[in-house]
Design a protein around this ligand. Sequence first.
Ligand code: FAD
Length: 506
Amino acid sequence: SLPQGKEFTYMTSDVNEVSGKSFDYIVVGGGAAGCPLAATLSEKFSVLLVERGGSPHGNPLVTDKRYYGSSLIQTDEFSSVAQSFVSEDGVRNLRGRVLGGSTAINGGFYSRASEDFVKRSGWDGELVKESYAWVEAKIVFTPLLTPWQTVVKFGLLEAGILPYNGYSLEHIKGTKMGRTVFDEWGKRHTSADLLEAGNPKNIVVLLNATVKNIIFNTNGKGKEKRANGIRFIKSDGSSNHTHEAYLNQPKNSGTWGDIILSAGALGSPQILLLSGIGPHDHLKDFNIPITLDLKEVGQGTQDNPAIGFLFDTVPQVRLPESPEVVGIADDFKFIIEAGVVPISFNASTMRISAKMAFPASRGKLELNSTDPRINPSVKFNYLANKKDLDESVRMVQLLQRVAKSRSVSSFAGKPQEKTVSSKHELRKLCKNKVRTFYHYHGGCTVGSVVDDDYRVYGVQGLRVIDGSTFQVSPGTNPMATLLMLGRYQGIKILEERKDFISHQNP
Ligand SMILES: Cc1cc2nc3c(=O)[nH]c(=O)nc-3n(C[C@H](O)[C@H](O)[C@H](O)COP(=O)(O)OP(=O)(O)OC[C@H]3O[C@@H](n4cnc5c(N)ncnc54)[C@H](O)[C@@H]3O)c2cc1C
């Protein structure tokens, strides 16, 4: 028990404890959106949260800032906390595989979405603010700038990324310091910490179990299929046995709860496809029985093209640094951040990177295998659209201005990358050096796979709430908005079922 007598959330890796049981809600994936969602639903309902990875608690690769970035270097196929994948474009990328999801391996930079993004998403502005604040009170901290962050801050200002906004949570033009999930002692707080804000008696967290697909039943001909359970396997592959868990059957013909996919931009479309929801021809290739021919599943996935400059000619023994300062430039088009990233366990290098906020290029996600533990295949088509290639030239020119600023050059010297100036050379550099900022999204976007309430079109009892629902990456960095979205949608669902609750628990 916690000191105040509050219990910890119950966690188990024993599939048999959950196998055959029923819950009011089942959330698949304990990442940025899944944990706050499960915590919120548990205020009134019983919730099963299934996570394919293990616990982040006590794992220094997750919790200790001194090892920030180390988990990204050495990954393995089925058990490391970060799972690497290489998109069909040839760019290496990463996804979290641990309770806390990508919030357990990421840069920890916390910054809200713009008011414009909130408006365009059709969200209730007040509830959005409350939901951000709910997250921030628990796991968000004000960073004390390191020397390198301070130098880059001045470099951004010298490069003309103005005004200077000091510390700010908001997505506004200019240079600002954001917030972070690392506290003043260098301890990382992940979305898993938010589970403690729920009702521990109502949540069961099943770890090290990978959801394979969703169980549907059809009540009567012509009626929409209803999701009423999940199938899952042990993540370590030690057994071929498939287990099942179900949604509680409502009493007195009341309403049902939902299966909610929060498995991220790779995981959620993958689970839909494995459940027979997706483009008919693609499912046929894998002999997956069709539940619903929904062509848009996996379509339009996107990753923001990024370019990074490295500053040490020889890697140094330096503590890693997560980003704390950001430049939001050129009418919100470019985002510039800096860090110190490990390249091996005893060497790191200073880096400044730029992200293109609104690329036009899109790609798609498809299955590679029917094994849910294997990465799906994904192509982002970085810079395929001419507009993106032209924009990337302007992005690198801006990055060069920051790198050449007196502040940065007197502190860090020249970047490893040669300065090139002709458009032709700049385009070539962008094509050769394009990398990820790790803000990939889409595949189950609102309006094509899910409706405004995040319900999957054409079936009942199934929602997707995570980064796969975004058309574009929000704000400077998406984590804040995904944590907020989990809380926000949880509250919406509680409100929807207010009557049901009072009926069940008078
Ligand atoms: C290296 C890196 C650095 C980043 N830096 C930042 C940053 O500094 N600031 C920022 O705002 N954003 C950052 N991001 C992006 C941010 O972390 C993600 O956008 C965000 O975490 C996505 O949230 P999500 O809920 O969609 O998915 P995730 O947080 O990835 O959660 C998905 C969860 O589902 C689980 N899962 C998947 N499939 C299954 C299955 N079949 N069965 C059971 N569980 C499953 C996964 O293990 C994972 O825990 C970074 C990301 C990465 C990878």
